[in-house]
Design a protein around this ligand. Sequence first.
Ligand code: ZN
Length: 151
Amino acid sequence: MHVRMTTSRSGFDVTPLPADRVTALATDFSPDERQVILHQGTERTFCGLLLDNKQPGVYVCRLCGLPLFKSDAKFESGTGWPSFFQAFDPDHVAELTDMSHGMMRVEIRCKRCDAHLGHVVQRRSAAHPQALLPELGLDAVRGRRSAAGAA
Ligand SMILES: [Zn+2]
């Protein structure tokens, strides 16, 4: 396994985390959170957790704290999930083709720890033809809390 450090355009270390580190970070998660974030389940019980959050700030990966979305890229998509029209840094979000459930969708994952974030959805809106829909893999960081300080 190579350990070469990878840095994103916005200056964050996005070197993929080893599996044992991911497991250690997930120890406080509930079984439902584990199912969604580590095993690509779809959020149901936690629906709406961040949907109505209108606080300015940065949304970070629940697992490793990497900044993923800014609140000023959040918009109301009518899907029931918090939606963003762009990532904090394209280097922080990986897009993978997901063929599960008889559909071809694009899954989004944290580039650093591989946590499942949600899916990319094509919208009809001309302003935001493509939406990134994180389901549960996000923490809201408000006010002065920095991404590094989010525990
Ligand atoms: Zn992460």
